[in-house]
Design a protein around this ligand. Structure first.
Ligand SMILES: NC(=O)c1ccc[n+]([C@@H]2O[C@H](COP(=O)([O-])OP(=O)(O)OC[C@H]3O[C@@H](n4cnc5c(N)ncnc54)[C@H](O)[C@@H]3O)[C@@H](O)[C@H]2O)c1
Length: 348
């Protein structure tokens, strides 16, 4: 175990979302002395959420098995955070860590499509049974709310745009199927046991600490790796496919807002930027700031089978119910990500 508990604040506080000078500012209230648990808190998105919670003087526990996350990701917040090494497949460990917890942010997962295609059974064990374990331990410990990290992948082959939460899911991968199953369990636990379990369908999240080593690393990080090595970015297909790219600080803000918002248990919310960007536009924008004096024409590879052509979130439900308002423009978010990337390369 590392870290220590800090005293509890009882007044409203303003928490900057990731300690990187974010413009997205969220009001949080520590209304009870209960602590907050973040599963997968040592990962890319989880570590930003943990940092925001720690900045807000919350009592935070991280539960993570460090498969894709790292203690290094928590360096900025470790003094205020208790880190528990454990696996969401192990219900007993979850029961122990759930004592005295008021809110759970459940992000631990096999977090990408490619490993789920290779090993659907492990994906099911971690993402479905693991989520069921989290909900069960939360119910038994009297946790008020569980906020589950779902994914826009659940929309799969549904071509409607922009995606609204009412569009029927059409998962294309074991990963997407597992996230949909997690959402369904959230709904069942809300209806059956009164656990306020809500799901956030995250679109394409990018920003500092996204792991470039991951097979399914976000497109922004993959382009950065190429550009930093003086190589042209590699684009799958013609590059006219589009994505909804949302900055990680905005996503951390959405999680914080989900904790107190009067959302009904079992509800799902799209969390994206609400804008679509083609991969060609992204490559151009990133090359413009990462290698402004070079002409690096992208290399086009064949399109990936099953790749979704266009993706864009309708975020009006989250705006209305959670007060969610993404604040970081793409150019700004890319500049912050590039700055982190350069800094992390020089410090290793
Ligand atoms: N990054 C995105 O664009 C994106 C989009 C949609 C949804 N999501 C979801 O958001 C969540 C966080 O994603 P991320 O991008 O930060 O991924 P990540 O891989 O960086 O984070 C996942 C964390 O879960 C931990 N973990 C994995 N298996 C575990 C297990 N069995 N027990 C305990 N901990 C375990 C990992 O060590 C890691 O710290 C995931 O649930 C992911 O599916 C991410």
């Amino acid at each position: 175990m590392m870290g220590r508990w800090l005293g509890v604040r009882t007044s409203p506080i303003l928490a900057a979302c990731d300690g990187l000078g974010e413009t997205a500012v969220v009001e949080t209230r520590n209304r009870t002395a209960a602590r907050v648990l973040v599963t997968g808190g040592a990962g890319f998105i989880g570590s930003h959420l943990v940092e925001a919670l720690a900045n807000a003087q919350e009592r935070v526990a991280v539960f993570d098995n460090f498969t894709t996350g790292s203690r290094g990701n928590l360096a900025g917040a470790s003094a205020r955070v208790d880190v528990v090494e454990g696996d969401v497949r192990d219900l007993d460990s979850l029961r122990r860590v759930m004592e005295g917890v008021g809110v759970v942010f459940h992000l631990a997962a096999v977090s990408a499509v490619a490993p789920s295609v290779k090993d659907p059974l492990t994906t099911n064990a971690v993402n479905v049974t693991g989520t069921l374990n989290v909900l069960t331990a939360a119910r038994d410990a009297g946790v008020r709310r569980v906020v589950f990290a779902s994914s826009a992948a659940v929309y799969g082959s549904n071509p409607s745009l922009p995606k609204t939460e009412t569009h029927p899911p059409e998962p294309l991968s074991p990963y997407a199927a597992s996230k949909l199953a997690g959402e369904v369990y959230c709904r069942v636990f809300a209806k059956l046991y009164g656990v306020e379990a809500v799901a956030l369908r995250l679109f394409n999240v990018y920003g500092p600490r996204q792991n470039p080593a991951s097979e399914d690393s976000g497109v922004v990080t993959r382009f950065l790796v190429c550009l930093a090595d003086g190589q042209p970015p590699i684009i799958d297909g013609d590059g006219e496919q589009s994505r909804d790219l949302v900055y990680v600080g905005d996503v951390a803000g959405a999680f914080l807002r989900s904790r107190e918002a009067p959302a009904a248990g079992g509800e799902v919310f799209n969390i994206g930027s609400g804008r679509s960007t083609t991969i060609n536009e992204l490559a151009k924008a990133l090359a413009g700031i990462a290698a402004p004096n070079r002409v690096l024409r992208p290399i086009h590879h064949p399109a990936r089978a099953g790749d979704v052509r266009h993706s864009c979130a309708d975020i009006s439900k989250a705006r209305q119910a959670l007060g969610y308002a993404p604040a970081v423009e793409l150019a700004d978010g890319l500049a912050r990500t590039l700055a982190w990337w350069r800094e992390s390369r020089t410090s290793h």
